[in-house]
Design a protein. Structure first.
Length: 291
């Protein structure tokens, strides 16, 4: 028991040095026994103060947008009718006006894609196997890392709401059909015909965090997915029942992705400068930005 208490005492002293002083609690309970300490800071206050820093603040998962860097230039009525010809009705796949409106800057560039309702960021998985040893008797076999999951198994899924002029059916659906005909292949960026057949785009998802009252929210994470192509659409289910907003899932494949944070920015200093009121007493400087 004395060894355990000594170890606990060493931990308490080490933690107090990390905190910049001795621990707040008059004594720490361990197996019903007290370890004396000299109160200086409060565990609770230190925890709450940490949550007020930029690094420790708990974000809202609803604060995000998605931006399509471009839409396929070949995605138009002429292309769709050449690929999906339907005899006798010239209105089939007449998407030019809808695409122009639905992909315009007011609906795509101000707050990202205005139709977006959710996003599922792909996970990462790494396989592991046992390094088998014949007749290992009592020895514990080692472990060997195998393969990282491919992006075909880890796909980006976006959820879009249905509106009168349907983004999913008049942009995503013909986009998927176009990709099925032209394929997921490399294209010569200097060849106009190849550019017309290119179904790929880049999608950026930006997650924001609260900053300060009357100030704009600040990006905290930026996801970049490259060479994205839609793969499937959720089924449209029409029923005579209570109405509600329809949300449709669209799965995208991609060739690679990247993740950026904003820790290279002196965010507390920026907030202070913009507010012009000095919030140093409100947002304690216990973050990596502190000099």
């Amino acid at each position: 028991m004395s060894g355990i208490l000594n170890a606990a005492g060493n931990f308490v002293r080490g933690a107090s040095q990390f905190a910049g002083g001795t621990l707040a609690q008059p004594n720490v309970q361990l197996f019903g026994m007290n370890i004396p300490g000299i109160p200086l800071i409060s565990f609770r206050d230190y925890f709450l103060t940490t949550l007020q820093s930029w690094v420790g603040t708990i974000p809202l998962r609803t604060q995000f947008i998605a931006i399509f860097d471009t839409f396929p230039p070949g995605l138009n009525t002429s292309m769709m009718r050449s690929l999906e010809f339907v005899d006798g009705d010239k209105k089939n796949f007449d998407i030019d006006r809808a695409k122009k409106i639905l992909t315009s800057t007011p609906l795509q560039g101000v707050v990202g894609c205005i139709f977006l309702q959710g996003a599922d960021i792909p996970s990462e998985n790494l396989g592991i196997e046992t390094a088998t040893i014949d007749n290992n008797r009592g020895f514990i076999p080692g472990s060997v890392l195998t393969n990282r999951s491919s992006f075909t198994d880890q796909q980006l899924t976006l959820q879009f709401m249905e509106t009168n002029t349907s983004f999913t059916d008049l942009v995503i659906r013909p986009w998927l059909i176009m990709a099925s005909h032209y394929g997921y292949v490399a294209r010569d960026p200097n060849d106009k015909e190849e550019i017309r057949k290119n179904p790929k785009c880049n999608i950026t998802i930006i997650q924001y965090s609260k900053s300060y009252q009357n100030l704009s929210m600040i990006p905290r994470k930026v996801w970049s997915f490259y060479d994205c192509v839609p793969l499937n659409l959720a089924t449209r289910n029409l029923k005579y029942e209570n109405e509600g907003m329809d949300i449709y899932n669209v799965t995208f494949t991609y060739s690679r992705y990247g993740l950026k944070d904003t820790l290279y920015l002196p965010l507390p200093d920026i907030i202070d400068a913009i507010s012009n009121r000095g919030i140093k007493g409100i947002v304690p400087r216990i973050s990596p930005f502190q000099k």
